[in-house]
Design a protein around this ligand. Structure first.
Ligand SMILES: NC(=O)c1ccc[n+]([C@@H]2O[C@H](COP(=O)([O-])OP(=O)(O)OC[C@H]3O[C@@H](n4cnc5c(N)ncnc54)[C@H](O)[C@@H]3O)[C@@H](O)[C@H]2O)c1
Length: 461
């Protein structure tokens, strides 16, 4: 099948590459020339495990192409996938300009039948508006005035279907998530489009992937509801983490004890400095906004957002309380990306925390295995170190912010020697408190009071 994917970011590039790997012929389009040029040179603009090899294999086998020429990509394609960004606006709503611009461009280009898939995360009603824009342009294209002034134009109105197919991949495991999703959600109204979508995802039948086939509106809302629920789990456990600290309980044991209940599940119950990334902050705010527009006050999601904002600010207080007056103190930060295995810095807790520490006079040394180039676009007046050890040299405290695997096996005795004072603030609960304390550190993590032996879990961690 010939497919065109518009928007070659974290979602579009992975989608296009994986569909090419399924055996389809895919052209990825972006209006960012630099990005397309680098892809055509074989340089991958984002960090995503396994993506590099998959792109190389599929371009070599002539199934994957990159271009800025929308016409060239859309014309031969049966399926056109919109995967452009829908960034947040000041009021929390989503900016849909990219989606609507692309929809209008497609409407000028469609000729024969096309299935137009909206993969970007968009508010309920966007699919309908896209249909409306395309219809208006197609009507203009067959109007007598247009045909008179464009004698070569066809008087035949092209047929098309709009489908909502939100994406659930996670950065850091995007290929695995796309190739083996928990489910595929399809908001659709036409049987012929459904047959094409089923064909598009045929390799997933091997794994008996469930397909949720529903209306366009429901599909659009499923994406927001899923992200809001996951974000709520994170804010909930972060709040309970503070309670654990006050009561001398252990959040890690608690999360395990709670999460082993099948009705709850263990995932997304890890205490943290707050969720970030391009999805949860944006999608929770957008959901509250979508609901407000129809007179619904989403109290749980609003509280989730509030708790998360406070969580990031409370981390600044925590560090300041432990280090003391931050003026001219140096803090060595390990990890900048919003989570491990990605270079994405969007809404990362590190941005808020570093900004807060700097405002109190701290000097900041940072190290992240892959996100430093992205970090340079948003973090200023920080020293970018060459390694974790370089970052903590002469620092008054080490703060672990992103739990990259390489930070799980630090040479702690070397770290201790490099630090000005042995203060280790672990905001991801990577290390065992007793072990670190035995090495002579002042070690502070989240939600872990004193651990008594009778609390120890027969753990399979
Ligand atoms: N990043 C994620 O983990 C994730 C997961 C699921 C869903 N989503 C959703 O998918 C969508 C895309 O997210 P992303 O993270 O890939 O965004 P991104 O910012 O990484 O990529 C968007 C791309 O679209 C391109 N673009 C914008 N306007 C264009 C136009 N008119 N023509 C061609 N290209 C254009 C941009 O240049 C950019 O390369 C968003 O709606 C997001 O909410 C993201």
């Amino acid at each position: 099948m010939n497919i065109c994917v518009i928007g070659t970011g974290y979602v579009g590039l992975v989608t296009g590459t994986c569909l090419a790997d399924f055996g389809h012929i895919v052209t990825c389009v972006d209006n960012n020339e630099e990005k397309i040029d680098s892809l055509n040179r074989g340089e991958i603009p984002i960090y995503e495990i396994g993506l590099d090899d998959l792109i190389k294999r599929n371009t070599k086998e002539n199934r994957l192409f990159f271009t800025t020429d929308l016409k060239k990509a859309v014309e031969p394609s049966l399926v056109v996938i919109i995967a452009v960004g829908t960034p947040p606006q000041e009021d929390g709503s989503s900016n849909l300009n990219h989606v609507y611009d692309v929809a209008r461009d497609i409407a000028h280009l469609v000729d024969g039948y096309k299935v137009i898939i909206i993969k970007s995360t968009v508010p309920v009603g966007t699919g309908r508006k896209v249909q409306q824009f395309i219809n208006e342009i197609l009507e203009q294209r067959i109007s007598p005035e247009y045909l008179n002034s464009n004698p070569d134009a066809s008087s035949h109105k092209p047929h098309y279907d709009v489908v909502s197919n939100p994406e659930f991949l996670r950065e850091g495991s995007a290929i695995e998530d796309f190739m083996r999703p928990n489910r595929v959600v399809i908001g659709i109204e036409s049987d012929s489009a459904l047959a094409i979508i089923k064909d598009l995802y045929r390799p997933l039948y091997l794994f008996e992937t469930p397909m949720v086939i529903t209306t366009i509106e429901t599909a659009e809302l499923i994406k927001y509801a899923s992200n809001a629920f996951l974000a709520t789990k994170i804010s909930f456990i972060n709040e309970i983490g503070h309670l654990c600290e006050r009561l001398g309980a252990n959040i890690d044991h608690l999360a395990r004890g709670v999460g082993l209940d099948n009705r709850i599940g263990q995932k997304f119950l890890h205490v943290s400095p707050g969720y970030g990334g391009s999805c949860f902050p944006k999608d929770t705010s957008a959901l509250v906004h979508i609901a407000k527009d129809v007179g619904c006050d989403l109290k749980v999601t609003s509280a989730t957002i509030e708790v998360n904002k406070n969580q990031k600010l409370m981390m600044i207080e925590k560090i300041a309380d432990l280090v003391g007056d931050l003026t001219a103190k140096t803090i060595g930060i390990l990890g900048l990306a919003f989570k491990p295995n990605t270079d994405d810095m969007r809404e990362s807790a590190s941005i808020t925390i570093i900004d807060g520490l700097q405002k109190r006079g701290a000097r900041i040394n940072v190290f992240d295995p892959v996100a430093m180039d992205e970090a340079k676009k948003v973090l200023h007046n920080v020293t970018y170190a060459k390694s974790a050890y370089d970052a903590v040299k002469g620092a008054d405290a080490l703060v672990l912010l992103t739990e990259w695997n390489e930070f799980r096996y630090l040479d702690l005795l070397r770290i201790k020697k490099l630090l000005k004072q042995p203060l280790f603030i672990d905001l991801r609960n990577v290390y065992e408190p007793e072990r670190i304390k035995r090495l002579g550190f002042d070690y502070v993590s989240l939600g872990r009071g004193s651990v008594r032996s009778n609390e120890k879990v027969n753990s399979k961690q």
